[in-house]
Design a protein around this ligand. Structure first.
Ligand code: GAP
Length: 447
């Protein structure tokens, strides 16, 4: 893809990885045993960040709509599912090995098959070979072929095989959608770029079934628009986001339209989400392989038809990583005659793991500590809060680095007149606000 006009990344992947570890967002999985490639754990703040991202997706795509229903299917499905979907036959990458340094590459990631990009030797790369991305597992006690199953490589198939169960029980008729967030597994040859390409990851998929009445492309465009709005509403910068239209050659044969949502990661543009017009391919294949009737029967017209599918499939780990990278800022601040640097995560308030931090001016003054804890407990009802104590400068620095939009400092004046200092993360401006008015003050600014 073209890199012309690509803005310069504002942060390196090393800086993000270090911050993620230092502040408890993301850790390599099983790190004490040396880690395992392509698997990650979310720390105390990362777990909340990812949950907020998923909740934001769910809120807009399910709860705020009356034409989308929720779903949650199993990870292991009948093996025939993956024959019907085409994954068993075709879900693989071409792989080459270097005979000299033993490194392994995806053929489509190499500029040339003549020279190894790691050791620089020429003529040492093997011919490309197919490598299945399906992660195998075994069901039950027998180790025979019948026990073989796969961990799903996408959540969507759970929706397709249940199409009839869903529309009949939810009493829905096209146009309507089914949404699901869940884990998927792919045996990636080269997991890399932190949580960008993992072997276990989470997807948020929306399968929208539309009638075969000529409205399909308009529905496709309306989903592109809705998804654009979502990224903008949750603060992803427009100049780091692009909607890349797939050409006829880049789309599968059955897809009439396709758009990849891409973000400008520190290593370049990378896919966050794919929005695809998939025609009737998925339902048709399951009808063929299962022999079951998955067509929609329209009571009004007494007509049977296979609905057309518009799919939006977003990676929740990639979106979480995007929020982390996009929020990252580093600036020089001048205080008196002193210049200091601060790192700040400018998270959207709905995404920020902590929305309000509360601390006492001194941790060895019980009356300040008790008052600060009381204020934090009261705010907890409606906000994600955190009580902390210690050196004031370090407290602010830490809260900036975890992206807390507002911090409240409880000092001696609080004991006199009931006011606290409220510091705004972005402007660093401070206001004096009465504790009685604090909840309303924060609510107005955070919503
Ligand atoms: N059902 C359609 C589907 O799965 P996809 O483009 O293969 O489409 C959708 O995947 C999204 O899932 C991607 O845009 C990406 O955000 C996420 N995703 C795919 N593979 C991933 C991986 N190995 N690690 C992290 N996220 C991944």
């Amino acid at each position: 893809m073209s890199t012309i006009d690509t803005p310069k990344p504002h942060v390196s992947l090393d800086e993000i990885t270090a911050l993620a570890k230092r502040r408890g967002f993301i850790f390599p999985s099983s790190e004490i045993y040396g880690g395992i490639g392509g698997f990650f754990d979310y720390g105390p703040l990362g777990a909340v960040l990812k949950r907020n991202v998923k909740d934001a997706w769910w809120r807009e795509n399910v709860e705020q709509r009356d034409d989308v229903v929720a779903f949650d299917s199993s990870i292991v499905m009948h093996p025939r599912t993956w024959e019907a979907s085409g994954h068993v036959a075709a879900f693989h990458d071409k792989l080459v090995d270097c005979r000299n340094c033993k490194h392994r590459f995806r053929a489509d990631h190499l500029p040339s098959l003549d020279k190894c990009p790691d050791c620089g030797m020429t003529g040492t790369l093997t011919e490309p070979r197919n490598f299945s991305l399906m992660m195998q597992t075994q069901v039950g006690a027998m180790e025979d072929a019948d026990a073989q199953a796969w961990l799903r490589p996408e959540t969507a198939q759970g929706i397709f095989v249940n199409f009839k169960n869903i529309y009949q029980s939810a009493r829905k008729k096209p146009p309507f959608g089914v949404a699901q967030i869940g884990k998927s597994f792919r045996n990636e040859i080269t997991p890399r770029y932190f949580t960008f390409r993992q072997r276990e990851f989470e997807q948020a998929e929306l399968e929208y079934f539309v009638p075969d009445d000529g409205s399909d492309l308009a529905w496709f465009q309306s989903w592109v628009k809705a998804r654009k709005k979502w990224y903008s509403d949750y603060g992803v910068r427009a100049d780091r986001l692009r909607f890349y239209e797939l050409s006829d050659e880049e789309r599968p044969f059955y897809a009439k339209a396709g758009i990849d949502v891409e973000y400008l990661f520190p290593w370049g543009w990378g896919e966050l989400e794919s929005i695809a017009h998939r025609g009737t391919y998925d339902l048709d294949r399951h009808i063929e392989f299962s022999g079951k009737d998955l067509q929609f029967f329209d009571e009004a017209s007494k007509q049977k038809y296979t609905p057309i599918l518009i799919e939006s499939s977003a990676g929740m780990d990639r979106t979480t990583l995007t929020m982390l990278i996009d929020a990252y800022d580093s600036e020089t601040i001048v205080e008196g005659d002193k210049e200091t640097k601060r790192t700040v995560l400018r998270f959207h308030p709905k995404i920020a793991p902590v929305q309000a931090g509360v601390f006492p001016l001194a941790r060895n003054k019980p009356e300040l500590v008790e008052r600060a804890k009381r204020i934090e407990r009261a705010l907890r009802t409606n906000l994600r809060t955190q009580y902390d104590e210690g050196n004031v400068g370090q407290l602010y620095r830490r809260q900036d680095e975890i992206g807390t939009p507002f911090c409240m400092m409880v000092d001696y004046q609080t004991l006199d007149d009931g006011t606290v200092t409220v510091r705004d993360r972005d402007s660093m401006k401070q206001d004096r606000v009465s504790t009685d008015a604090l909840a309303a003050y924060l609510h107005e600014r955070l919503s």
